[in-house]
Design a protein around this ligand. Structure first.
Ligand SMILES: C[S@@+](CC[C@H](N)C(=O)[O-])C[C@H]1O[C@@H](n2cnc3c(N)ncnc32)[C@H](O)[C@@H]1O
Length: 356
């Protein structure tokens, strides 16, 4: 069966990478950018999916441009290879976008003119029951974007401690009943291992005492476990730092997030890189000696009502856009601009600060 992906913020994302000025847009605010990135430049689509953004980018780019596409998902990579067969400008990487600098380096690419990340899962991943992402469809409890490596949700849920499960569901699902759900999972698995999506969905539904209006009781837990299995926030943190190192001066960054945990990380990183002297603002340091901005924030864009009506999955999307200046990165290569959230390492103890 063929599953399709409806690309979110298609035109706005491509405009964000290629158009100058990227001015005030629907649902958002924006500052003036310096100039248009070159149409014969090198661009990265870090989340190829089914290539909606990549195809429009290629339409707009000149014949001399290069588009490097990444995805962890072997099925997405198959679609990317099919595109590459018809368009020699495309270079395909089966891998994590957090590893962008190393992969670009192998290709002899030091700097790029734009990076697009359309985070989260694709519709084909959600709609294909065999991938195990959906609490609505019976399938094996897998949830890996990269089905060629790593542990499945079923394996993790079979071995993780009550505390670990609670932390994941609380931190990544912002679920009030995280403890009750973790307890139900740990006691339930003693009598019957969790094998399918519906095994988990039913168990969670039994542990959640009050339902949120219009939301399945397992929504938050499925989101949390998926984020954990794919280490999505750790990956985003690596990608933000990586992007600062690979973007050429004037290069653009456009990141589409689908939940507040991701959006907060992106927003905080752009704000910190746009005002690297913020922490020194109260000290008597002359303006000329303040560290210069590494990014200029070009604002955010959200889908309009029409797009949300046409594609309900777009409703929680937020795209943030920024432009790299020519200022050198600080000695830590911009790592300090990226705040680690309350991260739970896969199979280990929790790291990072924050709430218990
Ligand atoms: C929302 S979809 C992108 C859809 C795409 N923009 C399109 O128009 O078809 C997100 C994709 O990013 C991939 N992905 C998520 N995290 C990734 C990571 N850390 N590295 C590489 N690919 C990732 C997923 O496998 C999925 O295919």
């Amino acid at each position: 069966m063929e599953f399709v992906h409806r690309t979110v913020l298609l035109e706005p994302a491509v405009d964000a990478l290629l158009n100058a000025p990227f001015g005030k847009r629907r649902g958002g605010s924006a500052q003036k950018a310096n100039g248009a990135p070159p149409l014969d430049g090198i661009y990265v689509d870090g989340t190829f999916g089914r290539g909606g953004h990549s195809r429009l980018l290629l339409e707009r780019l000149s014949p001399d441009a290069t588009l490097v596409v990444f995805d962890k998902d072997p099925q997405a990579i198959e679609a990317a290879h099919a595109l590459r067969e018809n368009d020699a400008r495309v270079r395909v990487v089966h891998g994590a976008f957090g590893d962008m600098p190393a992969h670009l380096n192998e290709m002899g690419i030091e700097h790029v003119n734009g990076v697009l990340l359309d985070l989260g899962v694709s519709s084909p991943q959600l709609d294909d029951a065999t991938r195990g992402f959906s609490f609505m469809r019976e399938g094996p409890l897998d949830m890996r974007m990269d089905t060629s490596s790593g542990i499945t949700a079923a394996q993790w849920l079979a071995d993780a401690s009550l505390e670990e499960i609670k932390e994941v569901i609380a931190n990544y699902g912002e679920e009030r009943f995280a403890f009750q759900i973790a307890k139900a999972i740990v006691s339930g698995r003693e009598s019957r291992p969790l094998r399918t999506t519906l095994d988990l969905a039913e168990l969670v539904a039994g542990a959640v005492r009050t339902r949120e209006k219009g939301q399945h009781p397992a929504t938050r837990s499925f989101q949390a476990i998926r984020i954990h299995i794919n280490q999505e926030l750790q990956e985003l943190a690596r990608a933000l730092a990586a992007t600062l190192t690979v973007l050429a001066p004037g290069g653009r960054l456009a990141i589409i997030s689908f939940h507040s945990l991701e959006d907060r990380m992106v927003k905080q990183c752009i704000a910190a890189a746009a005002r690297p002297g913020a922490a020194l603002a109260r000290l008597p340091i002359p303006e000329a000696q303040m560290p210069p901005p590494v990014l200029i924030s070009l604002g955010k864009v959200v889908p309009d009502e029409q797009e949300i009506a046409d594609n309900p999955r777009a409703r929680s999307a937020v795209m943030r856009v920024a432009e790299r200046t020519s200022a050198p990165l600080p000695a830590d290569q911009g790592a300090s601009f990226v705040k680690a959230m309350r991260l739970v390492p896969l199979g280990g103890r929790r790291s990072g600060g924050g709430r218990r």
